[in-house]
Design a protein around this ligand. Structure first.
Ligand code: IPM
Ligand code: MG
Length: 358
C-alpha cells in the first residue's frame, strides 16, 4: 500500500474522457482501500499541444515524466495530422525512450459481454499477448529516396536484436510460468522472413530451455489468426513481434467483445523508468465529446497499473467491480449494445468499488 504519483496524459480524441473517468475510479479505490492514495499530475500533451507548439510534447518531456511511478495514457491520433507525426512524437517516443519493451495485452470475455464467436468458443478466451515493444517492425529504421520521381522508394527495416528478443522472450516465459496453464505460444513468420524471424526463433528457443516446466508451441502468425478464431481455448500466453502482436491484439479485442475493452501495459521490467498504461482503442474521433465512449478499457488499464504498482488487492477489487457491472448488463455502453454514457458506466463501476450492488 502506498502513495503513488501518476502522470496523466489524456492525449487526443476520447483519450481525456476515458482517462478522467479512470482517475475518478482510482480515487474511489483510495476511499475504500486503506493507505492507498494517488496524486495525479496532468500533462496536456497531444495533437492540440502540437498545433500550439509544433511538437507533441515539450523537448524535455521524458525528463518531466521520469520521476513518476507510472504514466496513465489515453490515446493519440488526430484526423488532421499525419499519424506518424502524432504517434512518433508522443506515444512511441515515451515507449522507446523509457525502454518499455514488454507490452502486455490481456484478453478475456468478461461476464455479460457477447463476443462474435459461438458462446462455447468465446468462453475459451483468456489470453495474455506479450508484444515486443521496442524494435522489430517499429524500429523506425529506413528511409525515402528519389522523392517525387517515378523511381521513388520507401523502406522500413525491421530490426531484431539478440538482446531485444531475449529480454521479451524471458518476460513472456516468466509471465506464462505465473499463470496456471503454463502454456506459451511463440508466434513467428520464419518461413517467409528468413533473417530477423529466424533469429527470433533461435533466441526464443534458447530462452525456453531455461523454462522446462512450460508447455511451448510455435505458430506462424497467419495460422495464429485462425487458431484464435477456431480454437481459442488452446491458447494462454503468447509472445510475438511488435507488428504481429499489434494485429493479433486487435483480433483478440474484437473476439472478446469490443475494442472498447482492450487494455494494455507498456512495461519497463527493469523499473528504471516509469511504465505506461493505456487503453488500446485509440482516439475514436467519431465519438469524441459525445460522452458515450466506453471507459471500461481505461479501468482495466488502471487495474494493470495497480498490479504493476504492487497494489494487487486494489487491482482485484477494481476488476471485480468492472465484471460486476458488465455481468449485470444494466449499464451498457453503445459499443456493447446498450446506450449508457461514459458517466453512467463510470458511476456504476464506482458504486461497485464502494460495495454498493457489488
Ligand atoms: C496499438 C495501436 C498503435 C500501434 C497505433 C496507434 C500506431 O494500434 O497500440 O495497438 O500500432 O502500436
Ligand atoms: Mg494496434
Amino acid at each position: 500500500m502506498g502513495a503513488h504519483r501518476i502522470a496523466v496524459i489524456g492525449g487526443d480524441g476520447i483519450g481525456p474522457e476515458v482517462i478522467e473517468a479512470g482517475c475518478r475510479v482510482l480515487d474511489s479505490l483510495s476511499e475504500v482501500e486503506h493507505d492507498l492514495t494517488f496524486s495525479f499530475q496532468r500533462f496536456d500533451w497531444g495533437s492540440d499541444y502540437y498545433r500550439c507548439h509544433g511538437h507533441m510534447m515539450p523537448e524535455d518531456g521524458l525528463t518531466q515524466l521520469r520521476p513518476f511511478d507510472a504514466i496513465y495514457f489515453g490515446a493519440v491520433g488526430d484526423p488532421h495530422l499525419p499519424d506518424d507525426v502524432t504517434l512518433w512524437g508522443l506515444r512511441l517516443a515515451i515507449c522507446q525512450g523509457f525502454d518499455q519493451y514488454a507490452n502486455v495485452r490481456p484478453s478475456k470475455l468478461l461476464p455479460g459481454v457477447i463476443g462474435p464467436l459461438r458462446p462455447e468458443l468465446s468462453a475459451g478466451i483468456d489470453w495474455v499477448i506479450v508484444r515486443e515493444n521496442s524494435e522489430g517492425e517499429y524500429a523506425g529504421v529506413g528511409g525515402r529516396a528519389h522523392r517525387g520521381l517515378p523511381i521513388e522508394v520507401g523502406m522500413d527495416v525491421a530490426v531484431f536484436t539478440r538482446a531485444g528478443i531475449e529480454r521479451v522472450a524471458r518476460f513472456a516465459c516468466d509471465l506464462a510460468r505465473a499463470r496456471p496453464r503454463k502454456l506459451l505460444t511463440v508466434v513467428t513468420k520464419s518461413n517467409a522472413q528468413r533473417h530477423g524471424m529466424v533469429l527470433w526463433d533461435e533466441v526464443c528457443r534458447e530462452v525456453i530451455r531455461d523454462y522446462p516446466d512450460l508447455t511451448i508451441d510455435w505458430m506462424l502468425v497467419d495460422a495464429m489468426t485462425q487458431r484464435m478464431v477456431n480454437k481459442p481455448a488452446s491458447i494462454d500466453t503468447v509472445v510475438a513481434t511488435n507488428l504481429h502482436a499489434d494485429i493479433l491484439t486487435d483480433l483478440a479485442a474484437a473476439l472478446s467483445g469490443s475494442l472498447g475493452l482492450g487494455a494494455t501495459a507498456n512495461i519497463d521490467p527493469s523499473r528504471k523508468y516509469p511504465s505506461m498504461f493505456e487503453p488500446i482503442h485509440g482516439s475514436a474521433f467519431d465519438i469524441t465529446a459525445k460522452g458515450v465512449a466506453n471507459p471500461l478499457a481505461s479501468f482495466w488499464t488502471a487495474a494493470l497499473m495497480l498490479d504493476h504498482l504492487g497494489e494487487q488487492r486494489a487491482s482485484a477489487r477494481l476488476m471485480s467491480a468492472i465484471t460486476s457491472v458488465t455481468g449485470r448488463r444494466e449499464v451498457v455502453s453503445p459499443d456493447l449494445g446498450g446506450n449508457a454514457t461514459t458517466k453512467q458506466v463510470t458511476d456504476a463501476v464506482i458504486a461497485a468499488v464502494r460495495g454498493v450492488n457489488a
